[in-house]
Design a protein around this ligand. Sequence first.
Ligand code: GDP
Length: 436
Amino acid sequence: MVAIIGRPNVGKSSLFNRILSRRHAIVSEVSGTTRDRLIASASWNGRQFLLIDTGGLEDDPDGHIPQRVQQQADMAMGAADVIIFLTDAVQGLTATDQAVAQRLRRTDKPVMLAVNKVDNENRELAAAEFFQLGISETSFISAYHNYGVYDLLERMVDLLPTRELVEQWDDELRLSIVGRTNVGKSLLTNAILGEERSIVSPEAGTTRDALDTPITYRDHTITLVDTAGIRRPGQVQRGIEKYSVLRAVNAVHRSDITLLITDATELATAQDAHIAGLAWDTNRGLIVVVNKWDLVNPNRFRTERSLHRVHQRLHFMPYVPVSFTSALTGEGINELLDTALSLWMERQRRVPFRDLQYLLADAVSTHAPPSRRGNLRNRLRVRRVRQVGVNPPTFVFSVNDPKLLHFSYERYLENQIRERFGFHRTHLRLVFRAER
Ligand code: GDP
């Protein structure tokens, strides 16, 4: 994960769009999404990363600028692997820039300073003042004119941590609970933590995050991530708690499955779609929870109508499970936890190698990859497929040339895997690699 931070108008969105608009940079274009792309998948030199424009994720767009930028820096230090700190050569070095640089010294994560709008020699001379921030990775760029951006990316991918595709098996399910204010997150969390589910005490010697609360459910340990902001039952509600997108980003990032809580009387708003997109882009599991179900008139069509509404809003993820709950009466809480466990198991499923080769042979013989302009030498050949990881299930296809892959053929292969092996509710990750 790579975060771009910086004051307003320094060009964060331009840089973000510049990095994404390169034709080859876009690896996963979720078709038909209309949500603002503040987070997007990209790749450079074969390394994939998620890019976040933190400016669009601010808690409080009307707040003081220094505070807003500090907030971005905190989020980036928590969630990102590389931080791109963007400043503006025209406005020059400001006190806010200095304060941010100071704050960024606390992190061990790689920080790159990019001085933007350097598009002539005079500005280059002026930009030299930014060296006094003492950030060793400093470069001069112009996002608008596309100067220096490729060099920046070149350095950036070198700083990304190398991560094995095989993800770690973990027998503890981590759930995050996110959503807008007043949808019932606190009440629902308390309902999940309900007295009958004993709270597991952290084992001696483990350094469990103080914000997280583990419970036992059907002999599984489920950890609720970031429960610090949750009010205890009976506690008086203090003012209106501000919905924090930044906090949600961190919570999603730290969990296996996200419960996106929505209000049955005000379903699936744009903000809901945004958080859902975040879980999707980061390959996390997602369950949409329609809470306050007790407030909806019980009639024959209420479930169908709500499902339709949710799927309409989140049409880029047709597989997402939807649960109906009332945090107030406790209705649907067990079903929700059962759904979470079964989604989690689906995400941990491994398909035997042989079964995958049979599936591939069938799929290719039923529907051969189309050749480009009828030229057989330009035909995609899929030689093998392996499952290299779980959570989400990740499949690597060995092909002659990944550039020959068409989106519709990728979709087709994905659907074959889903149908044959019963992946009905989870995101799958498909990777296409040139066979050496
Ligand atoms: P949060 O801001 O998302 O944490 O929301 P709260 O848990 O504080 O709930 C906001 C308000 O909605 C409170 O007045 C709750 O009592 C109420 N509420 C939460 N869940 C339900 C529910 O399932 N049914 C009904 N009728 N009210 C609910």
